[in-house]
Write a protein that binds this ligand. Sequence first.
Ligand code: HEC
Length: 93
Amino acid sequence: MLTIARSALASALFGLAATTVHAEFAAGPYHDAQCMRCHDTSVYTREDRRVRNYPALEAQVARCDANLATKLFPDDLSLLVEHLNTQYYRFAK
Ligand code: HEC
């Protein structure tokens, strides 16, 4: 059922993106749709959060992404890490 809904969505998105070479990856909407399945944003801001620096954030996001069926391209993964850093972690790079 979910697969059917996804492929319908994929077709709709593909139709919209067909005129562009590469549709811009929207980190915020992707995050809210895919990354909130197991935890909410409070894990990013809690007192004892695990991620302590930018490389650790990249590693954690890659680990979490690997749990999802929608594995991201490296460029999109970087945009997602950047999004979390801007919104929550604010590490210097
Ligand atoms: C299959 C379940 C699952 C999905 C889907 C998932 N995560 Fe996670 N994530 C976890 C678990 C479990 C933890 C560890 C929570 C804990 O330590 O209490 C975690 C922790 C994290 C942390 C570290 C929080 C800290 O302590 O600093 C980040 C960052 C994170 N996830 C980002 C993401 C992003 C981005 C996505 C979407 C690509 C995502 N997660 C999708 C399960 C998931």
